[in-house]
Design a protein around this ligand. Structure first.
Ligand code: NAD
Length: 332
């Protein structure tokens, strides 16, 4: 299929070319899909995008007008796509439902450990010849309470790793996961989880129901000194609420791999620019905040799985049958 592939970096091109093996005619663009770049699309049958490309109704209308019939997402989350509009316009949306659940879970725990034991501060001190331990004291995770919000694939794996640390497991999900219950997880209401847990890790998708799940009220119900980890989607957290929580000390640690306004920042080298986002800049000033730039998925296994499934989605669509597990349809 003649496919325009947006937001590509060298690693995307390498893995996609290998998986494609010349079956589809792939044209790679470094820039994202947006209201400007959509105008450049001519003579393509499919468009392939990533987490921060925009596919709202206006863009989907342009795609449909230009004969695009397939939107192939190189990711699991589809909060950036207007799914009902795509269905109305006859555009099939396919995604990669799971490509690195282990990688994301491992990254969530890496953030917890780095924050708890202040690895980033210790590393900088040692490089500077400062061997003082003042301010580096951590806590033992053994016996502490971990709250997993969203106990699907990634939440379950995160819980499994934390069980290995002998943490007590608590969960919140609209559909409890029997595998988590078998691990000893106790499901609680959100308020109970906030009041109980020392570490809270977010693994729900971004939906209208979960947008700004962590707001002033939620932070107000948490334990003093709580650690919050978000490797899911930035919009789950109202950033000003966690800034206020950090300033008051209610939040003791914050680990983010995602940020609600990340589309203007992440995946680019902006080291020569002045950051215009004052809220993000404030987050960078806290000694107890670690931010990574949406890299939880970024492993060799994940890139290979993303490329293989994306090419399979193109091939399936061309043959008239995309794997139903990969299709995204409007909720009934
Ligand atoms: P999943 O579908 O397996 O699990 C999501 C869980 O959330 C399900 O158990 C579901 O029942 C639950 N859920 C849905 N809506 C809910 C609600 N309103 N309240 C409570 N629970 C609700 O998804 P997954 O594979 O575990 O991925 C989770 C999220 O991780 C994705 O949606 C994506 O946004 C994010 N993700 C991030 C990266 C990264 O690199 N940072 C990579 C992959 C996925």
């Amino acid at each position: 299929m003649r496919t325009a592939v947006f937001s590509t970096k060298s690693y995307d091109r390498r893995f996609l070319k290998e998986a494609n093996d010349h079956r589809h005619d792939l044209t790679f663009f470094e820039w994202p899909l947006n209201t400007h770049t959509v105008k450049l699309l001519h003579d393509f049958e499919a468009v392939c995008v990533f987490v921060n490309d925009r596919a709202d109704r206006v863009i989907l209308e342009q795609l449909a007008k230009n004969g695009i019939r397939l939107l192939a997402l190189r990711c699991a989350g589809f909060n950036n796509v207007d799914i009902p509009a795509a269905a109305e316009l006859g555009i099939t949306v396919a995604r990669v439902p799971a490509y690195s659940p282990h990688g994301v879970a491992e990254h969530a725990v890496a953030l917890m450990l780095a924050l708890n034991r202040k690895i980033y501060r210790a590393h900088n001190r040692i490089r500077d010849g400062n061997f003082s331990l003042e301010g580096l004291m951590g806590f033992e995770m053994h016996g502490k309470c971990a709250g997993i919000i969203g106990t699907g694939k990634i939440g379950e794996l995160t819980a499994g790793i934390l069980k290995g640390f002998s943490m007590r497991l608590f969960g919140y999900d609209t559909r409890p996961n029997p595998a988590c219950e078998a691990m000893g997880m106790t499901y609680l209401s959100l308020d109970e989880l906030y009041a109980t847990c020392d570490i809270i890790s977010l693994h729900v998708p971004l939906l209208p129901a979960t947008h700004h799940l962590i707001d002033d009220e939620a932070v107000g119900r948490m334990k003093d000194g709580v650690m919050i980890i978000n490797t899911s989607r930035g919009g789950l957290i109202k950033t000003q609420s966690v800034i206020d929580g950090l300033k008051s000390g209610r939040i003791g640690y914050l680990g983010l791999d995602v940020y609600e306004e990340e589309a203007d920042l992440f995946f680019e080298d902006l080291s020569d620019s002045v950051i215009q986002d004052d809220v993000f800049a404030r987050l960078l000033t806290f000694p107890n905040v670690i931010i990574t730039g949406h890299q939880a998925f970024f492993t060799d296994v994940a890139l290979n799985n993303i490329a293989e499934t994306t090419i399979a989605n193109l091939t399936g669509f061309a043959a008239g049958h995309v794997d139903p597990a990969n299709l995204v349809k409007p909720r009934a």
